[in-house]
Every structure is written in structure tokens, then in C-alpha cells.
Design a protein around this ligand. Structure first.
Ligand SMILES: Nc1ncnc2c1ncn2[C@@H]1O[C@H](COP(=O)(O)OP(=O)(O)OP(=O)(O)O)[C@@H](O)[C@H]1O
Length: 431
């Protein structure tokens, strides 16, 4: 398949696009029918990103083969991959795409500082170079935009998705406050679920490293919808040191636990007073049992007027005790995201999520043909054992065997399967 004349990836890309225009599908060609979202070429490897949604299962399989054929028939192409558009969206009742880690900040008790902590933490993480998003889940009394200095309105993308508002420090924010600017909205209970689902799940988050979800107080529709259905990676609990608040913290912790949301820790907030200030919370009650079961012990955040100001503070260079506490919280959250965010997916892993099953199997066998003795990593949904069996069978036909199979559960994101073959000659490409 290689050309005598070396060609640049861009030249190859243009030639591949020309060939794809000759493919017939649904009465047109895949590009004209807007089924191809992207054609990428790197070192002769072509990756098609395909929107399979308008295509039925049978046609999807045929289209995959046609694209692979068109790619391989082009001079300079050494290998073809077909991936499904939007395949990285987690498979949950409330999929959120464009975001790596989602962390809820919650407490069943109102006024304990959830929004204050969320806003300060968002700024601290953004200062650290992370792309941060904040979803204000309080549909009755939204207030995160004020602290983050986010100004609406939230626009709608051409495909009808809410476009997050971006603050001067690059934090993307979605809040009902940025949509309905005339005060609290009287959503009926049944609608809260839909509003949260629509705003959080459909928002066009732009490649966020972390999304913080500022939960409303209580354990109502919005909290249930998010904790039960959104792909949360972890949850922070915010608590003031009063017996009443500790009881509320336990309720939220129990909700996290019942829905397999790992508790990152309890942030004891407004504990003691900053110098020259007084605080109503000078008790020493803490939900110690909840804190002990969490990922980390979190230092208390003092009552600090500096945290109430909607100005850009430098948490990397903290001046007040409150800022120092937020800086420490930032470190804990970063560590959690890095260590508990599941196994790292290798950069060259082939994303098979969203492809028809037969195409998945053929693609893996083809990858082996190209990889020879090198390990092959794939990300997929569905039963990883089925795929391993098919690869095993295919290798056996060639006198080879699977030497190593690692299967990691990526949770909502599917499975990471790493395969390595040994012995025999190279497996024939299945295309
Ligand atoms: N560490 C702190 N130092 C000083 N003031 C604080 C601190 N944490 C919160 N506050 C203040 O306490 C009040 C309640 O905080 P906040 O709105 O963040 O609570 P909340 O839990 O988000 O409330 P709600 O449940 O109503 O959403 C605000 O006036 C805020 O400025």
C-alpha cells in the first residue's frame, strides 16, 4: 500500500477524502451525508471519526468496511482505524461528554459553604493549569456565577446544546442563573430532573480536566438525579462543626456510598475565626466516622472573609489562612483525580466504543496484523471476554497465542483491554 513517492500526511488525507467521496451510502456519500466527523492522518495511519447514529446496525458495519477499504486503497496509507463519534461519552443515565473527571460538592445542609468552596477550588485548580468547569445544580437559588464572576447568557450551539459561559480565568460555567436572569425559577419537582439532565448532560463542555458540581442543599430531585445518574468520579462533603450539620453530612455521605460515588473527604468549613473575625461555628462536632471512611483527611477551612469575595485570588501564593486551606484542598483533589481516576489509557489505545460488534472484532485482529509482537490496547464497551475469545481464535489459526491479557474496568467509560501475542507469523489483516 505504500507509494514510491513519499507523501505528506496532509496529501494522504486529501487523497483519502477524495476516495471516501466515491463510497455510496444512504443515497449519497459519507461526507455529503455528514457521517464523517473527522479524517486524521498521522504517519500514514488514517483515523476516521464516524457518526453512526443516522445509520442502522447493518449499514454501520458496511460503512466501516467501506471506509477501511477506501483508506487502504490510497497510496501512502499503512493502516486504517475507524472510531465512533462521541464514543468517549460515558454510558450512564446522564452521560456528560468533554470532561475527564466529575466531582460533586455536597451537603444536605444549606448555607455551609458548598458554593464558596466550589468557587475557590475551581479557581485554585484553574490556576494550576487545569481546564475547569463548574455546574451549578441549584435550580432554585443558583449563586455560583456571582462568586465566579460568570456573566450570561448561556448561548445555544447550532445543534441545540447549552454553551457554557467562560469566565476571565477560563472556568466554564453552566447555571440556571445564566439562563433565567429574572430571579429564582419555579420549576415543578418533575421538571427539575429534566432541567438538570439537559443542562449538565447536554452542555458543550470544551475538553475539561475537572468538572465541579455544586449540589443544592437537601436530598431532592436535582441531588438524586446527579448522584444516581451522572458519571461522578468522587464527591466532596462540606460541613460546619455543628451537630445538625454533621447529621446532614452523614445523609449525603450515605447517598454517595449507596451510589458508589467515592467520598474524597469532608471539608470542615468556617471552623474557628480568622484573626479579628468572629464565627457562629466554634463547636467541635465533626463527622469523624464519615471523614475516616473517605479518601483523605482534609484540613479545616477557617471563617475567612477573603473567600467571600468574588475576585481572583492567588491560591498558589496564599496570604490568608482560608487561602492556604484552599491550596491544600486543591492538592488533595488533584491527587485524587490523578490516582483514583482509574487506570491510565495509553495514548495509542484504539477506541472501539460505539462500533458495531463485528467491526470491533475485525479491527482488533487487523491491529494485531500491524502490531506484530507489540502489545495492542483497546477501549471498548460490552463484554471484554467476547473480544478476547475472538482474538484468541484468530491467533490460534495462525499458530500464535495470546501471551498477556489485561482487562481494566474503566467504570462508566467502558473497559481497557491490553493484549499481546506470541509465536507464529503475523496475523492476516481481516479487511
Ligand atoms: N470559609 C468561609 N469563610 C467566610 N465565609 C464563608 C465561608 N464559607 C462560606 N461562607 C459564607 O457563608 C455563606 C453561605 O455560603 P455558601 O453560599 O457558599 O453556602 P452553600 O452551602 O452553598 O449554601 P446553599 O446551600 O444555600 O447553596 C455565604 O455568605 C458565604 O460567603
Amino acid at each position: 500500500m505504500t507509494d514510491e513517492t513519499p507523501r505528506t500526511d496532509e496529501e494522504i488525507r486529501r487523497a483519502v477524502v477524495d476516495r471516501v467521496r466515491e463510497v455510496e451510502i444512504m443515497g449519497g456519500d459519507p461526507i455529503g451525508e455528514q457521517l464523517i466527523e473527522d479524517v486524521d492522518v498521522a504517519d500514514g495511519i488514517v483515523t476516521f471519526t464516524v457518526d453512526f447514529e443516522p445509520v442502522g446496525r447493518v449499514l454501520a458495519d458496511r460503512l466501516t468496511d467501506q471506509l477501511r477499504g477506501a483508506g487502504l486503497a490510497t497510496d501512502g496509507v499503512v493502516h486504517v482505524r475507524v472510531e465512533a463519534a462521541g464514543s468517549d461519552a460515558p454510558e450512564t443515565g446522564l452521560p456528560v461528554s468533554g470532561v475527564d473527571s466529575i466531582i460533586a460538592v455536597g451537603s444536605a445542609k444549606g448555607g455551609v459553604g458548598k458554593t464558596t468552596i466550589t468557587a475557590a477550588l475551581a479557581r485554585a485548580l484553574a490556576e494550576d493549569g487545569l481546564d475547569v468547569g463548574v455546574f451549578d445544580a441549584n435550580v432554585y437559588a443558583p449563586d455560583a456565577p456571582d462568586l465566579l464572576e460568570a456573566e450570561g447568557p448561556v448561548a445555544t450551539s447550532p445543534t441545540g446544546k447549552p454553551m457554557p459561559v467562560e469566565t476571565d480565568d477560563g472556568i466554564q460555567v453552566v447555571s440556571i442563573e445564566l439562563i433565567a436572569e429574572d430571579g429564582p425559577v419555579a420549576w415543578r419537582g418533575a421538571m427539575v430532573h429534566d432541567v438538570v439532565k439537559d443542562l449538565l448532560g447536554n452542555a458543550a463542555w470544551d475538553d475539561r480536566d475537572v468538572l465541579l458540581v455544586d449540589l443544592p442543599p437537601g436530598i431532592g430531585d436535582a441531588v438524586y438525579t446527579i448522584v444516581q445518574q451522572a458519571p461522578l468520579d468522587g464527591g466532596l462533603l462540606v460541613s460546619t462543626p455543628t451537630d445538625e450539620c454533621v447529621r446532614a453530612t452523614r445523609r449525603t455521605a450515605a447517598l454517595y456510598s449507596a451510589n458508589d460515588v467515592p467520598s474524597i473527604g469532608v471539608v470542615p468549613n468556617m471552623v474557628g475565626a480568622a484573626e479579628g473575625e468572629s464565627t457562629p461555628f466554634d463547636g467541635d462536632a465533626l463527622a469523624e466516622d464519615v471523614a475516616e471512611a473517605a479518601y483523605a483527611e482534609i484540613d479545616h477551612v477557617p471563617f475567612d472573609p477573603a473567600l467571600r469575595e468574588p475576585t481572583t485570588r492567588s491560591f498558589a501564593d496564599p496570604v490568608t489562612d482560608g487561602e492556604r486551606a484552599i491550596d491544600a484542598l486543591r492538592e488533595t483533589v488533584l491527587e485524587f483525580v490523578e490516582t483514583e481516576g482509574g487506570p491510565a489509557v495509553p495514548e495509542d489505545a484504539v477506541d472501539l466504543r460505539g462500533l458495531p460488534p463485528e467491526s470491533c472484532q475485525r479491527q482488533v485482529v487487523t491491529e494485531f496484523g500491524v502490531a506484530d509482537e507489540e502489545p495492542v490496547s483497546v477501549v471498548l464497551r460490552g463484554d471484554p471476554d467476547d473480544l478476547v475469545d475472538v482474538v484468541d481464535e484468530s491467533l490460534a489459526r495462525d499458530g500464535r497465542s495470546l501471551e498477556r491479557t489485561d482487562v481494566d474496568d474503566l467504570g462508566y467509560d467502558g473497559w481497557l483491554v491490553e493484549l499481546e501475542a506470541a509465536g507464529g507469523s503475523t496475523v492476516e489483516s481481516a479487511t
